[in-house]
Design a binder for this molecule. Structure first.
Ligand SMILES: [Fe+2]
Length: 267
């Protein structure tokens, strides 16, 4: 019998856009975001035996308040898998670092892979950006990790996903330079982000591009103006193989008492 050897892989879970408020009764468009995060975390933990790492790609909080981060950290307390986070436009990166000083490294090793956790947030802006200094640092990190397959994780989308209104809030400053850097670095295998609250899978040359559903409210793919989707919250998994190849997919949870204002015209 000829059994093909299975490549060893490390499983990474991406959780994104929890939008946790400071108060237990906080709702986003009528949705209890604390409850939906609980549901997603229990779905992830049901699979925790095979999970090596969790990364939360921004909009952890609804408003950057200390109370919101304390609520989030409390919800993560039972999670035994190592986890890290990075900020989105609704976050306060300094407050995140004060409350959890070791949760935001630039580079995370995972088997043969290196995860680059990038901060695309710009104070006072919904859209994202990289300063010249940040782009220079990204170039250095790609260079110093050139022997490893790299997965870049960040909050804002570096390419349009097809939802017109949220593409108006994508990565803006430094976008072309960033695309040039990652395209030139032959070891960048994939880029994963949040912010768009929907699944998206595409390619930029040899680089896989992946957006992930929020653990809270979903936005409608392909919409012109702001539109809330009836899809359930979810998360994304990556199986990162030692040879630099990977598989990825999205899992959604089933929440019986899910309630969101589908007619809302903005948030
Ligand atoms: Fe966002």
């Amino acid at each position: 019998m000829n059994i093909e050897a299975v490549q060893p892989a490390n499983r990474l879970i991406q959780i994104t856009d929890p939008h946790i408020g400071g108060r237990p009764d906080y709702q986003l468009l009528g949705l209890d975001t604390g409850h939906t995060l609980n549901e997603v975390l229990s779905a992830v933990s049901a699979d925790s035996a095979s999970t090596d790492l969790i990364v939360v790609t921004g909009d952890v909080s609804a408003n950057g308040s200390e109370a919101a981060y304390r609520r989030f950290l409390h919800k993560m307390q039972p999670v035994t898998t190592p986890w890290f986070w990075l900020p989105g436009n609704h976050d306060n990166p300094h407050r995140m670092d004060e409350l959890a000083p070791r949760r935001r490294p630039e580079v995370v090793p995972l088997g043969a892979w290196r995860l680059l956790l990038l901060d695309t947030s710009v104070p006072g802006q919904i859209s994202g950006g990289f300063s010249a200094a940040e782009l220079e640092r990204i170039g250095q990190l790609l260079q110093s990790n050139r022997e490893h397959p790299v997965l870049i994780m960040m909050h804002h989308q570096p390419v349009p996903v097809g939802s017109h209104w949220i593409d108006g809030h994508m990565l803006k400053q430094g976008r072309e330079a960033f695309i040039g850097l990652v395209s030139d670095a032959e070891n960048v295998r994939a880029i994963a982000w949040g912010h768009v609250h929907q699944q998206f899978d595409s390619h930029l040359g040899h680089i896989g591009l992946h957006a992930t559903p929020s653990t809270s409210v979903q936005f409608t793919p392909g919409s012109g103006p702001f539109a809330v989707d009836s899809e359930m919250p979810g998360y994304r998994w990556f199986d990162l193989r030692e040879d630099g190849s990977y598989e990825t997919g999205v899992e959604r949870v089933a929440i019986s008492e899910y309630s969101v204002d589908l007619a809302s015209s903005g948030y």
